[in-house]
Design a protein. Structure first.
Length: 473
């Protein structure tokens, strides 16, 4: 089904008519007439999901393989808890810059080329990361603050920050992969296939830390997991080159009349097998597209709740539950395993009976309840919370991505997904910093804040049923 970036057959605002090659009202009528007879290219029925799922799994595996020892490496190189949080936040900070550009370029040049560029950036960042382990620990400057604590910025620590920044700058692979999946999947299969995408990510988070544990006990120490990440990145790059077909093969030509820095985006796009020509909207224009600002706001709130949890929970596990690193590893393995069960068994059946909006409403209610169960610091309630987390996240997040891809339409899929990743990155930066500060002052009640954020999403989700009704006409 052909869809403008303003939605499926819905009227464009007058201010955006210049993006279309014809009158938008005529487009809407033609869309309605041709909806039943027009085939949707590259749908899940005629294109295999295996290559993009494998790319997604390998990308997550390469990222998660260094998580278990990164905090120890930062401390050894002169950093403290604040510097570790900063090192974690630098990736989403630079992703704010890179994701929209890569997503936008993927609409112009094709998804495969941009996935290759992103994977190449990841590979280069891990090579630089490897170099960090061999650099001499030379002190650049020291800080002793009541607020930030005492730490030393050393040469290898600075290079480590550069490596994380480079990976974040080219880290639009998530948004481009989501756009790719939307390209090759029919609307009816969106929720199930985004669920499969989440399964591949969760498998990466299970295998990565386990593989890191095995490699780290070898005679090569910290070097082995980094070499593993490099090898995994090489495999991912080769997989994209040789096995991932292009999902969006489009010709493009220069868009006349653009004489400023925006030339880099100034292309007139010719969608495959469609007569329309259009250029991609910029950020302000994206915010004027119907329903998109609402979806981006939800994206921010969801990621904000997640980020507060992922920062506060390790502190909670150590200080309140008295867990060791092994205990936390078991918990997150159980959590990821439950997520896989929900997304592989519950989600496919539920998506056949219920709409994306309904699944989001129920899922966000379950996810918010999970955070409340964490507040007492009870062992049994903590594991019960994992079940609520898996059920909530497993139903809500794939359904949200599915609905976002439908609202975005086919012509601006990469652009919208890129901006969405930026909103997620902004939420991650905010949540990573806020989560630590909240736990310092509120202890377990910091999860109440995360819960209230997700309960806000729950209330806002009811409006999405109206969005779905509009998509039907």
């Amino acid at each position: 089904m052909e869809a403008e970036y303003t939605g499926y057959g819905r009227r464009e605002p007058e201010s955006l008519e210049r993006f279309s090659g014809t009158n938008p009202r005529e487009d809407m009528e033609k869309e309605k007439r041709n909806r039943k007879n027009k085939p949707e290219p590259h749908t899940g029925e005629n294109s295999s999901l295996l290559p993009i799922l494998a790319v997604n799994f390998i990308g997550t595996l390469g990222f998660s393989i260094v998580l278990p020892f990164l905090v120890f490496l930062v401390n050894r190189l002169g950093g403290n808890a604040f510097i570790y949080g900063l090192a974690s936040a630098i990736y989403p900070a630079f992703q704010l810059i890179g994701a929209p550009i890569l997503g936008r370029w993927s609409d112009t040049y094709g998804r495969k080329k941009l996935l290759f560029l992103s994977q190449l950036g990841t590979l280069l960042s891990w090579i630089i990361f490897l170099g960090v382990l061999f650099l001499p620990v030379i002190s650049l400057f020291k800080v002793d603050s009541r607020v930030l604590g005492a730490f030393t910025i050393t040469l290898p620590l600075a290079v480590l920050f550069f490596a994380r920044a480079l990976d974040g700058l080219t880290g639009g692979n998530v948004s481009v992969a989501n756009a790719y999946l939307a390209d090759i999947t029919s609307e009816g299969n969106r929720s199930r296939n985004f669920g499969k995408m989440s399964i591949s990510e969760n498998l990466g988070f299970i295998v990565g830390p386990a593989l890191a544990g095995i490699l780290s006990v070898t005679e090569y120490g910290d070097i082995a997991p980094v070499l593993g990440a490099i090898a995994i990145s090489v495999i991912g790059t080769l997989l994209i080159v040789f096995y991932l077909p292009e999902s969006k093969e489009c010709a493009f030509e220069r868009f006349e009349g653009i004489d400023n820095v925006r030339k880099v985006f100034g292309y007139e796009i010719r969608e495959c097998k469609t007569p329309h020509e259009t250029r991609k909207p910029h950020f302000r224009e994206v915010l004027r597209l119907p329903d998109i600002p609402y979806m981006l706001g939800l994206y921010f709130l969801i990621d904000l709740g997640y980020s507060i949890f992922y920062t506060a929970f390790p502190l909670h596990a150590v200080l309140t539950l008295n867990w060791s690193i092994a205990d936390m590893g078991v918990y997150f393995t159980v959590l990821s395993g439950l997520l896989i069960i929900v997304q592989s068994t519950v989600l496919p059946r539920a998506s056949r009976k219920y709409s994306d909006a309904v699944l989001m409403i129920f899922g966000s209610l379950m996810l918010g309840t999970n955070f409340l169960l964490l507040i007492p610091g009870n062992f049994f309630l903590t594991y019960l919370a994992a079940g609520f987390f898996a059920l909530g996240d497993g139903l809500m997040w794939p359904s949200f991505l599915s609905l976002l891809s439908k609202v975005a339409g086919r012509k601006c899929q990469g652009t919208i997904q890129g901006f969405a990743s930026s909103f997620g990155g902004l939420a991650a930066i905010t949540g990573l910093i806020l989560g630590g500060l909240l736990y310092e002052t509120l202890a377990g009640f910091s999860f109440l804040i995360a819960g209230l954020v997700i309960y806000t999403v729950f209330l806002l989700d009811f409006r999405l049923r109206h969005f779905e009704e509009n998509l039907k006409y």
